[in-house]
Ligand binder design. Structure first.
Ligand code: PRE
Length: 394
């Protein structure tokens, strides 16, 4: 039997800057290093225009807010050249988010860290990199929405980067249909938004009876910005009331999400884990895999259930290191099994013995196990808002 996971020190090369203990066990025990892909090397060049807005790298993606499409008087997105380490001067926390000002992620950053300096990034990956190279102190990224489901990209990125989940925040999402002033709904031919925005308003859009195509762009506020920058009279955006204000659009329809209690869960990421505690409700997020595939899942869930630990979320993603497993049987042929990474959130702190014991057991059944973070649960009172009110200074 392997030793129980202790509250061990982090790896020497990743020593917590505060010198505090972490709850990760040694790399060899809990983490197959092959599962961690190296992030792109980012430029060390210092931009003269820092700080700030989206950080970008050369990855193919739908990007409706490139430099030509941007409204020039608004904050310019960061580019890869801006990703140089900058010293902390003890000022407000710099928080990276994906999108442009007016995005829900910006509001989530403001809710998680009031008065933070919000740093827009044009891709999720860049937000991870911004924290890794000290351009930002935290990243606030969406992981799931009550209507649209999981934001899979971020689950994959957790494994490609070495950041830790240090908190979560739930943000009520109130969508509006936005267009240039004077545009009538009947004249619209297109509605653009983040895929999640389109998914969360799918039924309402149909009910409105608009004769429009639906097109996905990088973020909701970016859609609003694109319309304004290109003076598009035939296109509407699904975005926040704040985006309407920032980009000078009019609200044609207010509250078009398919469910009034529409909410997105965001996680906060940092270079160092926080020390888990037991004096308030904590959640722990783990990811695991096994060479023999899905057969391990039941055992892992039993290890938690046996200790009365509630599961709050389970997600599976392709195991990119080994996407398929072939099993040959001379008599019947070759079985093709898809391989998965399983992401599980449960309601317990890694400071609790029951959680440590559960993971000690899980470790026995799995070939790969990583604790993504043990962090306070968002216990703020439930108040679906009529508009997104939290803002960060950007
Ligand atoms: O596009 C935005 O405004 C975002 O912040 C992204 C995002 C997402 O990725 O889910 C965040 C919250 C909403 O669910 C819709 C979109």
């Amino acid at each position: 039997m392997k030793a129980a996971p202790q509250l061990a020190r982090s790896y020497p090369s990743e020593q917590n800057s505060q010198g505090t203990d972490t709850y990760e066990t040694s790399r060899s025990e809990w983490q197959s290093s092959s599962a961690i892909l190296t992030s792109k090397v980012v430029s060390q060049q210092q931009s003269e225009t820092l700080p700030m807005p989206p950080v970008s790298v050369g990855v193919d993606h739908v990007n409706c807010h490139n430099s030509t499409a941007r409204v020039s008087h608004h904050q310019k997105p960061l580019t890869v050249n801006d990703l140089s380490p900058t010293p902390m001067h003890g000022s407000n926390l710099r928080v990276a988010y994906q999108g442009v000002p007016g995005a829900y992620s910006e509001a989530a950053a403001g809710k998680a860290y009031p008065n933070c300096k919000a740093i827009p990034c044009d891709q999720f990956e860049v937000a991870f990199q911004a924290v890794e190279c000290w351009t930002a102190d935290r990243a606030v990224l969406p992981v799931e929405n009550s209507l649209g489901g999981s934001i899979h990209r971020n689950y994959d990125l957790f494994l490609r980067h070495r950041l830790h989940i240090v908190g979560e925040v739930h943000l009520p999402i109130h969508h509006c249909l936005l267009a240039l002033p004077g545009v009538r709904k009947e004249l619209l031919t297109r509605v653009i938004s983040h895929p999640q925005g389109l998914a969360q308003c799918e039924r309402t859009l149909t009910k409105l009876g608009l004769n429009v195509s639906r097109e996905a762009v990088d973020d909701t506020a970016g859609a609003a910005e694109f319309i304004a920058a290109n003076n598009l009279h035939d296109t509407a955006a699904i975005a926040s009331a704040r985006a309407a204000e920032i980009y000078g659009l009019e609200i044609l329809e207010d509250g078009i999400q398919d469910d009034a209690s529409n909410v997105t869960r965001f996680v906060m990421l940092a270079r160092d884990p926080i020390v888990p505690r037991t004096d308030r409700p904590f959640k722990t997020s783990i990811v695991f895999a096994h060479e023999k595939g899905t057969s391990v899942l039941f055992k892992v869930l039993s290890a938690l259930a046996f200790r009365d630990i509630s599961l709050t979320k389970i997600e599976s993603r392709p195991n990119h290191n080994r996407p398929i497993r072939l099993v040959d049987d001379v008599n019947v042929g070759t079985a093709k099994h898809f391989e998965y990474m399983f992401y599980v959130d449960f309601e317990a702190s890694m400071a609790e013995t029951r959680a440590q014991n559960a993971l000690s057991e899980v470790q026995e059944f799995t070939s790969f196990l990583r604790v993504l973070g043990s962090y306070p649960m968002d216990m703020t009172p439930w108040s679906p808002s009529s508009s997104t009110s939290h803002t960060a200074s950007s």
